[in-house]
Ligand binder design. Structure first.
Ligand code: SF4
Length: 340
């Protein structure tokens, strides 16, 4: 138990960062795939409360010279600009070594700050935003009730970059389902091309119990893609990424091909070759690799060369008693969606 408040979520890249909670939960909280803050009310913490926590964290971590800090929870940019500037100045007084201060940023809140305000916030230290674009396709954004259009996402991203901020855009593979996967791939690439974020981070959909998407599966309006189809979608998206200098990576345990990671544009062919390497596998090797990845026997395609692993994974198929491809895909998805 810490003597200060810590929220439940932070980006993978902020694993070792100082965490300061400026808001609680998410101001939107209606995305159909998200259960992070389900049934929790949103609130902005008072400046006094946040400053109090900054003092306590400085005391608690007195031997740690943090260079990175992440402001929790869902959207610090929704705070009044004057309050946010006050907090940032206070934070840097107690942690003078901070080089990067980051936060999640919703396109809605980013767009409501003027260029001058955003620039002032960046100059005060908040110089990196993590934006959950999820998709660049309006059909998909509407289907999952994201609450913003692709146009708003693009202009918010450009707005932040012009203010001098670094930008990491999150995309969810498989979010369009079998119904919308192609438009999801192509329109997301188009939006990413327009923004040219510093980083593109891809996560694979795992439908959580209690989410709106689970309900859509039940009523037949959303159909999960197969693991192979998600790789086809990722390949299609990367194929359509053009004219940008973003770093592209699959970096979460839910992603099947973790080795997909590289700097655009120079690594584009290399990234595409990894998708092809998987897609060109025989059906037996594909299913063995997917289950092996989902059960933690493999980290990357190269691990398939370990004959012992291959045989161990084959035995797992018998253990699960799988009788059809439908059952197999359900098993993969169930294993994937248990990953936090
Ligand atoms: S995905 Fe982000 S914006 Fe949507 S409900 Fe979850 S935390 Fe809020």
């Amino acid at each position: 138990m810490y003597p200060f408040e810590i929220g439940p979520i932070r980006p993978v890249d902020e694993a070792d960062s100082l965490l300061i909670r400026t808001t609680r939960n998410c101001p939107w909280n209606k995305c159909e795939f998200c259960v992070n803050y389900q049934h929790e009310n949103f609130s902005i913490r008072s400046v006094e409360e946040i400053k109090n926590d900054i003092e306590k964290t400085a005391n608690y971590y007195s031997n740690n010279r943090f260079e990175r800090c992440f402001l929790q929870d869902g959207d610090s940019l929704i705070m009044r600009t004057a309050d946010l500037l006050d907090i940032l100045t206070y934070l840097k007084t107690f942690f003078p070594d901070l080089k990067t201060i980051s936060s999640y940023g919703r396109a809605w809140s980013m767009s409501r700050k003027s260029p001058a305000e955003l620039n002032e916030i960046c100059e005060a230290g908040l110089n990196l935003l993590y934006c959950g674009m999820e998709s660049g396709a309006d059909e998909v954004l509407e289907m999952v009730n994201k609450g913003v259009s692709s146009k708003e996402i693009i202009s918010a991203g450009i707005h932040a970059k012009e203010a001098g901020m670094r930008l990491s855009e999150f995309v969810i593979s498989g979010l369009g389902g079998r119904e919308l996967w192609q438009v999801h791939a192509k329109e997301t690439a188009k939006a990413l091309n327009a923004i040219n974020a510093d980083k593109i981070r891809v996560l694979t959909i795992g439908v959580k119990p209690g989410s709106g998407l689970e309900q859509k599966i039940a009523d037949g309006s959303y159909t999960l893609q197969t693991e192979e189809n998600i790789i086809e979608e990722q390949k299609m998206m990367v194929h359509h990424l053009n004219g940008i200098t973003s770093h592209y990576a699959h970096h979460h345990a839910v992603d099947l091909l973790l080795e997909v990671r590289g700097q655009l544009p120079k690594d584009k062919d290399y990234l595409l070759s990894i998708f092809d390497r998987f897609l060109d596998l025989s059906d037996n090797y594909k299913r063995n690799f997917i289950l092996g990845r989902r059960l933690g026997f493999y980290n990357r395609l190269d691990d398939l060369h370990e004959r012992n692993n291959y045989n161990t994974v084959e035995k797992q198929f018998q253990k699960f008693g799988i009788n059809s491809n439908f059952e197999l895909e359900n098993l993969y998805h169930s294993l994937r969606s248990q990953i936090v």
